[in-house]
Design a protein around this ligand. Structure first.
Ligand code: 5GP
Ligand code: ZN
Length: 129
């Protein structure tokens, strides 16, 4: 597994008060963490929608995918690499899985801290509900 929080090479991000994912990143709120890098923390969803349901969040608080820009190239690459690492570690890389960003009300977004869902362990249907 990649570096623990105490070995981070970057300054700790400023948590947004009341944000549950900032609290998980800082350790204030417990979560089942499955992967960590300097930029990203991955943890199990508290209400899993599939046998494997992991959330990949940036340590930095960004509201959603609309907040991403050219300055986030490192973060986007890290999200993709962590997704592959988690999929392999969870045993779904071969069977397949789904990566999802929910954005806004119609997208079903409920937590305003950018997160990528990694869902797997069962066949997914399309189109999504
Ligand atoms: P969204 O609907 O915003 O795309 O996804 C938010 C996800 O975060 C949901 O799947 C929900 O179950 C999960 N979630 C919300 N609060 C917590 C929490 O405190 N801990 C964990 N591990 N997951 C959470
Ligand atoms: Zn946050």
């Amino acid at each position: 597994m990649s570096p623990a929080a105490e070995n981070l090479q970057r300054p700790l991000p400023t948590p947004v008060p009341g944000c549950p994912f900032c609290q998980i990143v800082s350790g204030e709120l417990a979560a089942s963490i499955v992967w960590e890098t300097d930029l990203v923390v991955a943890f199990r969803d508290i209400a899993p929608a599939a046998p494997i349901h992991v959330l990949l969040v940036p340590r930095e608080h960004l509201p959603d995918a609309l907040s991403l820009g050219e300055s986030h190239a490192d973060l986007l690459v890290d999200l993709a690499v962590v997704a592959r690492s988690v999929a392999e570690a969870e045993g779904v890389a071969s069977s397949g899985f789904r990566l999802v960003f929910n954005v806004g009300d119609d997208g079903g977004n409920t937590v305003s801290h950018l997160h990528m869902h990694l869902l797997g362990g069962r066949p997914m249907t399309w189109p999504p509900g």
